[in-house]
Ligand binder design. Sequence first.
Ligand SMILES: [Zn+2]
Length: 421
Amino acid sequence: MDGVIMHTKHVSTGTDLTLKATAVCLYYKYSLLPMSITLRQPSPLVDGVSITPNGTILEVKWQDSAPSRYHAYWIRHNCHCTDCMETESWMKRIPARNIPRKLTLGKAEIDNGSLVVTSNEDNHTMRYPLGWLKSVSYSTEDLDEKSTQKDIKYKTGPVQTFEYEEISKSGDIYFDWIQAIENDGLAIVKNVPCEDKKVGEVFDVESRDNVTNIGFTELPLEFHQDMPYSESPPGLQLLHCTRLDPSVEGGASVFVDLHHAAEQLQKEYPEHFATLLKVPATFQKIHDEDERPSFIVYQRPHISVNTKGKVNAVFWSIYTEGPLQVPEELVEPYYAAYFKFAELIENSPTKIRFQLKPGDCASFNNRRMGHGRETFKLNGGVRKLQGLYINIDDFKNRVKIEYLKRGNLQNLKRIGDQCGS
Ligand SMILES: [Zn+2]
């Protein structure tokens, strides 16, 4: 559950690394070290290149895979020459007006690991490294292979756990940890030091009176994501249990994979699925009685898909749902679909339950997992969790860089950030 906005922060790339919260220091630990990555790829072998008679499509026949076709506009727009592209930063220099509206390709040949092509109308000679050209092929097979929404094996077993000390000492174990979050949506780090430091970037989840947020009570919490009313909800959440007195009863953490439930809805109830793609639910944060009031209302469908119809985001939180504001004829279909989706989430085979102990840090992807909590009784004791959010772009970047450091060019899986790929 989110805290008051003032006390929360989505930490993102380039953030101030003087952060004191232990869990986030662990997360950023290896980004401080000098590193090198390379996007250079071995040159794939080519059987031949050809241009269609009308000059609008270039085809490359790869020796080891299906051919790729590139349109003349695409070829011209992605020219790698220094007039068209800043090669150090991969930034384009070519404005749309410089691409002829009628454009045909003249001749194409392979020269020393590069494709060299000329365009007729503006007499431009273009050059592309073959490794790069293959990596950005948009054939159906290649797009499927690179898709970040590929079918995955959903986790139904125990959560992967890691030791704080081991992650601190080994970049490879760090990589295993963030990969576990990428693959399963959730991993636990054990024995994270419980320094009770007050820093602006963390929020505390502790039972107290006069709360503005149900997270700060003894009540159970249904599966939810934090802050779906935000245009960019938090990416990762690091939820660190810093204190749990022996007198405290209950309060187990529960998690569910919302992407699994959405895919189940798609498979078994396609009509309901279509409704939840189309009808915008209302999400809101309204704290009108606060000293610092909030009034945020955001309408978005519960589920979104990429161009291939694969689920690429889910937004779910009963706590921050506001009144539906859609045309009348959509209200009943919405509720039928909403009830079914809620049922699938509640009964999901991916549901998992465990008790966080002091030193345990549940690290999970808020874009993919719903989290909740069973009811608890303090019985005079203290139960304290410290939470921290990490921006989804930062997580995506960090995992990708770790892959690239190891020469692995694969794309990430199921990040839940509505990426179109
Ligand atoms: Zn050029």
